[in-house]
Design a binder for this molecule. Sequence first.
Ligand SMILES: [Zn+2]
Length: 267
Amino acid sequence: MKDNYFLIKSKCIIILALSFFLISIGLQTKDLFINDSNYKIEYEYVNIKDMAQASVANKEKKTNVIRDLFIGNTYNGKITEVSLPTTKSVEAVELPTTANSLASSTVPRRIWYLPTEVGQVTQYPHYGHAAYDITSPRTYSENIFPVANGVISGIYTDPAGAKVVTILHNIDGVKYTSQYAHLSQYASGLYVGKPVTINDSIGLMGSTGNSTGPHLHIAVVDCALFDKNDVNCSDLNKWFRYANMRVGQNYYGLGSHINVPSSWYSR
Ligand SMILES: [Zn+2]
């Protein structure tokens, strides 16, 4: 009995120590500029590391967006400090489950859509490339649309310079992330936490980053990228590993949910 007590106690100490360690490496500070004033942001997740959404919000003078996003403390009507919500609040960023589960429980309907109006697949998913590459004769004027309703979970530039948007979907309680890369530009007013439907353009096709011509690189994986509670996808490295593992298990992302034709003229 006494041995058990000490075993539990030491386990608790180890877990506590590990938690503090993880919190200390997870919390970082980043400068944010609103109306030319400098604010410090404490964040734990890589999805707001890129301040693209903040600059868009700033440009549109949507300071309330930033306040809503980060649960800011407001003094004298100004945001003096913004910090990332706790884990509980981050869940508010997820797509409300009711909308999808209600719809799918009553009438079966098509949830997944193609990401472009006009498209041709130039590369299918395979190990090392867990995504579809899609071109369009409209090239830089082809709008990119979400493949399902969801919430913007990431707006960032990858190490090669590709403009990327990620969207979190919650369909019948299962979390998915769709990732759209090489965009030439983001749609205006895009910010992390913004709910989007299949009809909202998130940007234009482009060739930013590691790309030889205008195309969309789209990956759909059944995990929540940037969600620190998702052990498979809490960061981009894990996402790549997990996405490739799923392809190795014959999970073809978008193609697992809808039939992706080799070319199409309408979504
Ligand atoms: Zn690709």
